[in-house]
Design a protein. Structure first.
Length: 117
């Protein structure tokens, strides 16, 4: 398998990204919309990496597989079902283990690179 490169992900114009539609479980208005670019996805979908952009809104989030992300722009708050808050902004990195659940509130459009396994 060949190595792949996502050149300057912070600088990729929104118009060059694929529209991935609204979040799956919105929790009010406005409904966040996502777009992105895949860098890699296994044939079975178990492992994936790429760039993800999300507009402001709140939704229910249930992590099925481990995810590591590096936030390039924006601000958001992830709150787990026990009330622990992660206030995230550009420059931060986060890891969400499989089984994590709670809400995500995007305050300013978020742009992140991610890897799911």
């Amino acid at each position: 398998m060949a190595a792949k490169l996502l050149k300057r992900p912070a600088a990729i114009a929104d118009g060059e990204l694929t529209d991935w539609g609204p979040v799956a479980q919105p929790a009010g208005q406005p409904v966040s919309r996502t777009r992105g670019r895949l860098l890699h996805r296994d044939d079975d979908g178990a492992n994936e990496a790429g760039l993800w952009v999300c507009t402001p809104g709140v939704w229910r989030c249930e992590v099925e597989r481990d995810e590591f992300c590096q936030f390039l722009a924006g601000r958001c708050v992830y709150t787990d079902d026990n009330g622990q808050r992660l206030e995230i902004e550009a420059g931060d990195a986060a890891f969400f283990p499989a089984g994590w659940s709670g809400t995500c509130q995007v305050l300013e459009t978020v742009r992140k690179t991610y890897m799911i396994r």
